[in-house]
Write a protein of this length. Structure first.
Length: 312
């Protein structure tokens, strides 16, 4: 199974698990009259939407560049993450409103054992699926799958929180714990939504690669600094799991096009080895030093190792 097939398969698993949990939580929460359990059903519903969007986006992002999308489809993953974040914020607002209304109204909660059972099943199932999602997300650098995994990890903790709250209600009879824990659930959801929206927007706005990856590129260029005069105009961005890197190198004026192209291809290969899933474009240009006479007496590439700015 290749990387794209693995991404689609794990996204499909998330859809199936979340569909099951939405039905269970909504049914039990309605029977119980528990806003905390219903809020968890809404949370799982959002996870289902996120899983569907993730499944669609990883499938589209894997498609090669075409006439309408010359730079590929990687940003489908960034777009899906932003949409997920907005949907989550809307749902979290509804949960907080409903929980506040229940705090004032003091509605009765019944069948606590059923709610606890559903929360336990939810926590275990989401834990297993989130681990699978995160493993594939890290392996393939998929923002959409990572966002989905993050959703489910949050759901694990909120499900455990509701489980504990329902247990305390059973022991203490303190009914205010039900809407109170729903507000805590909503707070977790808001935090996840803001983080996902921020990271997705960074990709859509072509934010540069992380400093650590920039340093890796610079180290590769420094390792070969005796093969060209200098490099400049380094630009980077990321679209989904795909990195885009371009820069210019200055080579001696008397180099042939073939010599410059061979060096550029060698540098591109080294960068791709260090940073997989990269599209690297290196443009070579003749040195612009105002020399009366070039110190090189040969057009062989190895002669460039003898050239420095002080030679001119």
């Amino acid at each position: 199974m290749d990387a794209n097939e693995e991404k689609i398969a794990v996204a499909r698993l998330s859809v199936y698990s979340n569909s099951t949990l939405v039905v269970l939580k909504l049914a039990v929460g309605t029977v119980m009259g528990s806003v905390a359990v219903i809020s968890e059903a809404i949370h799982s519903g959002l996870d289902l939407v996120a899983a569907l969007i993730a499944k669609y986006s990883v499938k589209r992002s894997a498609e090669p560049a075409d006439k309408e999308h010359r730079f590929g489809h990687g940003k489908f993953e960034n777009l899906s993450g932003m949409i997920e974040g907005i949907l989550i914020l809307v749902a979290a607002t509804w949960i907080m409103y409903e929980a506040t209304r229940r705090l004032i109204g003091m509605s009765e909660v019944q069948m606590l054992e059923a709610g606890m059972a559903v929360m336990a099943v939810s926590a275990v199932l989401n834990f297993i699926v989130s681990k699978k999602l995160m493993r594939v997300a890290k392996k393939t650098e998929s923002l959409a799958l990572e966002a989905d995994a993050y959703h489910l990890t949050t759901d694990v903790w909120t499900s455990l929180g509701v489980f504990v709250a329902l247990g305390l209600i059973e022991v203490t009879g303190f009914r205010l714990l039900d809407p109170a824990i729903a507000i805590v659930v909503a707070a977790f959801i808001v935090r996840a939504a803001l983080d996902i929206t921020r990271r997705s927007t960074e990709g859509l706005l072509d934010k540069s690669l992380p400093e650590s990856e920039h340093k890796a590129i610079e180290r590769i260029m420094d390792e070969h600094n005796d093969e060209f005069l200098n490099y400049h105009d380094l630009r980077t961005r990321k679209a989904g799991s795909e990195r885009h890197i371009d820069l210019h190198i200055a080579v001696p004026k008397n180099w042939s096009v073939q010599e410059a192209d061979q060096l550029a291809k060698h540098l591109e290969s080294d960068i791709k080895t260090k940073l997989p899933r990269s599209v690297v474009m290196i443009r070579s240009e003749p040195c612009d030093f105002k020399c009366d006479e070039c110190k090189l007496e040969s057009t062989k590439p190895e002669c460039a190792r003898k050239l420095s700015r002080q030679d001119c």
